[in-house]
Design a protein. Structure first.
Lengths: 296, 266
């Protein structure tokens, strides 16, 4: 798969504060690439650098295997940090400027305004918009002319729940059409539902990156309980494939090898003459993983 | 040209733009019209034997001296306009968006430089037009139109100097109120003090070479004909020297502002 964006050893500081420290990764074509991290971890700084509004102290990046950066940016629909528009111009006229600079989608304005639900307000001035509407216009501007790559920094900021769901659907739909989407967020829920790849940042350090199903390999856990919890525990020590056992309240939490299913656990217990009163498969959520990664 | 077309999209629906241009056009016209009628006086009105301290001769070449000087005061409106147009980009963060959408930083800078050049051309053409209209309304002929016309070239240079300085201040300060305040303070007070200090201590009037002063020297105050002989001290430097210094300052604004834009975070 071709590489859309390649980042090598980026460093950036704001005075004494290290915002990014030796960050490198690649964004493959066709991915939904999540840049994750808590507030202040350097997500926006990183996107600002690859969009040339911020200057890195050292390191380099290149788009589309070395296309000149400004030409590359013309082919990228991007939303960075805040919706940036001329307050005194209407949505329609603001998009005219976007398309004049990027060379994309002068005739596409009707479509994107409909897509983000602002068509009825296309002649209203930007300053009359609510926060959510401003955000929608920014997303609309990024979509103008169907760029093959989208960079969305906190795209659901200020949107209501319906708006958030719409954006999620939109990202999934665009990805199915082969668009590459780079999305920065601290809302894991949002990322977990759409991303194929992630890079996790913490205080400017890249903790890990890669395909979601590899780097966030979920270690499933099975929760079991029975009338005689001690007898159950004794019995399970004999079962192969159980890596760890934790007794929590009146249940036992089993960390199992990937091949072990709840069915096998149940069969094993029956064979030992124990009837389970509780059996549940617990998927480790991205959130749990994320907390583990970023908390210490 | 593409850059200029995009700048035009930004400003053609901006009310403040039209209001400030309107002030420049209307007030410069009224001021010169009244000056020509001899109505602008020191102290009292014409009826009460006031003294005219401004030249009311609008035949050429004197008209160009008058218009050039008054234009140099009214160009302040256009300078403020340049500051507002530029700091707006920072306030709305559209400078970032322009780059995100595909401009090079340098293209953003050049689009603003082009606005400065176009506004200088516009102001100069308007002043020339005003000269023609006022003269025609007074005498019905344009005899000697091109005598002393080089003063309109000076006016163009002065516009570039003022507007370029305004652009530089705007890019440096980034905030509209502070930038306008600093520009007005500098052009009226700070430079006057600096000039006085330098001219007092230096062996020649090098204070005249300060950024805006250099082009001000090209278009001195138009005293009335009868007191002209009393006021005409021999100039410290030739007009050519002042013109060169003004061009020099324009280059300084260009390169320093460009370096700031290319180097810094936006």
């Amino acid at each position: 798969m071709a590489t859309i964006l390649s980042i090598q050893n980026i460093h950036k500081s704001y005075g004494p504060i290290r915002a990014l420290n030796n960050v490198s990764f690649e964004v493959p074509e066709g991915s939904v690439f999540g840049v994750l991290g808590p507030n202040g971890s350097g997500k926006t700084t990183l996107l600002g650098i690859v969009l040339d509004v911020l200057k890195a102290k050292s390191g380099s990046y290149n788009w589309f295997n070395g296309m000149p950066n400004n030409a590359a940016r013309q082919q990228i629909g991007a939303l960075l940090e805040t919706p940036n528009f001329y307050h005194y111009l209407s949505a329609w006229n603001n998009l005219e400027i976007t398309s004049a600079i990027s060379g994309r989608g002068k005739d596409d304005r009707d479509r994107v305004l409909k897509q983000v639900g602002l068509f009825e307000r296309k002649d209203s001035r930007f300053q009359t918009f609510s926060l959510g509407m401003k955000q929608r216009l920014a997303i609309g501007a990024a979509l103008l002319g169907r760029p093959k790559v989208l960079v969305l920094d906190e795209p659901t900021n200020g949107l209501d729940p319906a708006g958030i769901a719409e954006i999620r659907e939109l990202i999934l739909a665009l990805n199915r059409e082969g668009f590459t989407i780079i999305i920065a967020s601290h809302l894991l829920d949002e990322v977990e539902k759409v991303c194929t790849h992630v890079a996790i940042l913490k205080k400017g350090e890249l903790l890990l990156d890669g395909p979601v199903n590899e780097v966030l390999l979920s270690e499933d856990q099975v929760e079991v309980s029975a009338g005689d919890i001690e007898r159950l525990r004794q019995a399970l020590t004999e079962m192969t494939g159980i890596k760890k056992m934790n007794v929590v309240n009146n249940t036992i939490l089993l960390t199992c090898a990937p091949a072990i299913t709840p069915l096998q656990v149940n069969e094993f217990c029956i064979s030992k003459g124990i009837t389970l009163s509780h059996l549940m498969l617990r998927k480790k959520s991205l959130e749990t993983k994320f907390m583990e990664l970023t908390n210490n | 040209m593409k850059l200029l077309a995009i700048e035009w999209l930004k400003i053609k629906r901006y009310r403040t733009f039209w209001i400030l241009i309107g002030f420049f056009v209307v007030l410069l016209f009224l001021w010169n019209y009244e000056a020509m009628k001899g109505n602008i006086m020191l102290g009292n009105s014409k009826k009460n034997h006031g003294i005219s301290i401004v030249n009311s001769d609008y035949s050429f070449p004197q008209a160009w001296s008058n218009l050039g000087y008054w234009g140099s005061l009214f160009i302040i409106f256009i300078s403020i306009l340049v500051i507002i147009l530029t700091t707006n980009e920072y306030t709305y963060r559209t400078n970032r968006q322009n780059v995100i959408d595909g401009w090079k930083r340098q293209q953003f800078f050049h689009s603003k430089v082009l606005v400065v050049v176009m506004l200088s051309i516009f102001s100069s053409l308007f002043v020339v037009l005003l000269g023609a209209v006022l003269r025609l309304s007074q005498s019905g002929s344009l005899t000697g139109f091109f005598t002393g016309f080089h003063q309109m070239a000076y006016f163009f240079l002065l516009s570039l100097d003022y507007l370029g300085f305004a652009l530089f201040i705007a890019i440096w300060i980034k905030r509209s109120g502070l930038a306008i305040g600093l520009f007005l303070l500098y052009s009226t007070i700070i430079e006057t003090i600096l000039k006085a200090v330098v001219n007092n201590y230096a062996d020649k009037s090098y204070g005249n070479f300060l950024p805006l002063q250099a082009s001000d020297e090209l278009l001195p105050f138009p005293f009335p004909q009868m007191i002209k002989p009393m006021m005409s001290a021999s100039p410290s430097f030739s007009m050519h020297t002042y013109a060169l210094v003004a061009v020099g300052w324009c280059l300084v604004y260009y390169f320093v502002a460009r370096a700031m834009l290319l180097r810094n975070d936006w």
